[in-house]
Design a protein around this ligand. Structure first.
Ligand code: PXG
Length: 316
């Protein structure tokens, strides 16, 4: 018999030394294309175009008290993203809804995070997206780590990224695609500067959003957020907060924001599935407003958000 290669050897060793996996602790259970698999067995092909090219789309969703926050809006956005990249999800919206609830139940999660991923599927080494016969669908339910809790009181420092947000006519940021490198490179700028978020401008120098959060600015009691045309992901939390402002009688406008509108604001806050609503303390080291932490309007909105959740998270 010829000698074993290194990889054969390590494979053989593993087979001999590794005991049968106890799937009890092998959590979370992850749903992949119809199968509920223990974490260590939840694997996808190296030929999946989601991996090879970032060809696919996703959603990040929260569950509160066993209810899925804005479930329908997230599912609708997933299908819109898929549609914009000519990807047909091989399940109905109702089926995707059921899969998410199944994942929460299987993992006994009432408050947590759901990641829905749709990839172009397994194909060949070549860009051609239509040589992938069937899209892959993954659903992960797990816990989520937010920004440090104290930051909700003190506000979080952010920077302005030097890298602009990718232009709408190159890759529409409204598509929540699996290709996040534009955002990740801006996030690296933030991390290098010792902070956790970066404000991204479009090629015209207008404010778009942060790497994983939308942005709002408050001046003399008036709230504004960049309009969709600026080139941003239309956040589900952003829309929820706009509606909440209206419900609370707070003036809110979607419009073009210049960087000065944000740096000169009384309050700035970010919204996102993971972040919920969080105040910004400083931008490039310069304090926002009095720099003393969360301002009154941000606080009112955060309380309003909590009140809505306490009544049962809306699933529309
Ligand atoms: N802009 C971008 C670029 C995002 O990725 C938001 C805005 C806020 O959108 P929602 O719909 O969540 O209000 C996002 C969302 C993560 C993570 O793992 C990021 C997001 C959502 C969930 C988790 O960092 N970003």
């Amino acid at each position: 018999m010829p000698p074993m290669s290194t990889s054969q050897l390590s494979e053989a060793k593993q087979t001999v030394t590794e005991p049968m996996r106890d799937t009890e602790g092998d959590r979370p259970l992850i749903w992949i294309d119809g199968a509920m698999l223990p974490r260590s067995q939840a694997k996808i092909s190296v030929f999946d175009h989601g991996l090879l090219y970032g060809d696919g789309c996703f959603e990040g969703i929260r569950a509160y008290g066993g209810r899925i926050f804005k479930c329908r809006s997230h599912i609708d956005r997933l299908y819109r993203s898929a549609d914009k990249i000519r990807l047909e999800i091989p399940y109905s919206k109702d089926e995707i809804d059921r899969v998410m609830r199944e994942c929460l139940k299987a993992n006994d999660i009432k408050d947590g995070y759901i990641r829905l991923v749709v990839t172009r599927g397994v194909g060949t080494l070549g860009l051609h997206p239509f040589r992938c016969p069937r899209p892959g669908v993954i659903c992960i339910a797990d816990s989520i780590s937010l920004y440090p809790p104290e930051m909700y009181e003190t506000g979080m420092p952010i920077i302005v990224a030097k890298r602009p947000r990718i232009p709408v006519d190159c890759l529409d940021p409204r598509i929540k695609s699996l290709n996040y490198l534009n955002n990740i490179l801006a996030k690296i700028e933030a991390i290098d500067a010792g902070v956790l978020e970066a404000l991204m401008l479009n090629k015209q120098g207008e404010v778009c959003e942060c790497t994983g959060d939308n942005v709002f600015a408050v001046k003399n009691g008036a709230i504004a957020t960049p309009d969709s045309e600026s080139g941003l992901l239309e956040g589900i939390t952003r829309r929820f907060v706009i509606d909440l402002c209206k419900k609370l009688g707070l003036p809110i406008e979607e419009r073009i924001l210049r960087l000065e509108d944000v740096t000169g604001a009384d309050e700035v806050f970010l919204t996102g599935t993971a972040a919920e609503i969080i105040a910004v303390k400083s931008i490039d080291g310069n304090p926002v407003g009095d720099g003393k932490g969360e301002g009154p309007i941000t606080r009112r909105l955060r309380e309003g958000f909590r009140e809505v959740l306490a009544q049962g998270a809306p699933e529309d």
